[in-house]
Design a protein around this ligand. Structure first.
Ligand code: SF4
Length: 270
């Protein structure tokens, strides 16, 4: 367990820039606010235990507040502006308005990191399609696996989720990433089933990962950012299960060979 002084930073709807191995220098937008809010409570979530588990869409942070804060970061010397922050960004009912506002103000590429649970809603699909890039979480290929890793607010219908994802792919002209967190090696049948769905969804790329940062013991706004040393976090955290780099490498090669879709994973040292 890592222990350090506990800090309580004030909420700001814009944070960073943070460095992302997937997207480069990224300025973060938090459309969710001080109370961590998500339809999942992933075992590895960097926000700590999710405070409000819900599937309810509403305006959490007014668009004007976000855009005013963003204006102060001009000239936005970043690779991408990312909606993520304190939970699931598609729960923000003003998602579309925020994406249009960011683009008009900054002319920078936009990215949304989502868990995909709201994609059954056509309004969400239309709003999300306004982003230049979208990265959707898919941490398992069986309902049991998702229940265990993502601890959703209600049981996920995995087949429906994958169909919704295909539906979104049909209307989304931008770059679609599928991000998959591997906590332990997958069985051959799970890997094959995953590859079958990946072919059907046809994303731009797959992003494989394994937990490298300890999970905060309670909700920490600082969890939105990345920290140079996991041993030196400004909050209490516990270490998570992860796999050896070779597991990600082998799975990446297999997916690429079977689907022809490019797979990326972070530089890892164990
Ligand atoms: S989907 Fe993201 S914000 Fe929600 S619990 Fe999982 S890691 Fe945390």
């Amino acid at each position: 367990m890592t222990t350090a002084t506990v800090s309580t930073p004030e909420f700001t709807p814009v944070y960073g820039p943070v460095w992302s191995w997937r997207y480069g220098k990224s300025l973060g937008i938090d459309p969710i606010g001080e109370i961590s809010t998500c339809s999942f409570n992933c075992v590895y979530c960097q926000l700590g235990e999710i405070k409000l588990k819900t599937q309810q869409r509403q305006i959490y942070v007014p668009t004007d507040q976000i855009l005013q804060a963003l204006a102060e970061f001009a000239p936005w010397d970043v690779d991408v502006i990312t909606l993520s922050g304190s939970g699931e960004p598609t729960l923000a009912a003003n998602l579309g308005e925020i994406l249009i506002g960011i683009k008009t103000l900054t002319q920078r590429p936009t990215l949304v990191l989502t868990n995909g649970t709201t994609l059954s809603d056509s309004q969400v699909r239309e709003q999300l399609a306004l982003a230049d890039r979208v990265s959707v979480k898919l941490d398992g290929i069986s309902t049991a696996q998702l229940q265990r890793v993502n601890q959703p607010v209600r049981e996920i219908d995995l087949t429906q989720l994958l169909i919704d994802l295909q539906e979104f792919r049909r209307i989304f002209p931008g770059e679609l990433g599928i991000q998959t967190m591997i906590l332990s090696p997958w069985s051959l049948s799970d890997r094959q089933e995953y590859q079958r769905w990946i072919k059907a969804i046809a994303p731009t790329e797959i992003q494989l990962n394994t937990p490298t940062r300890p999970k905060p013991l309670k909700h920490e706004l600082a969890g939105r950012e990345n920290h140079p040393s996991p041993e030196n976090l400004p909050y209490q955290a516990r270490k998570l299960k992860s796999v050896e780099p070779s597991v990600l490498q082998d799975f990446a090669q297999e997916i690429q060979a079977q689907t022809g879709i490019s797979v990326r994973y972070p530089p890892l040292s164990h």
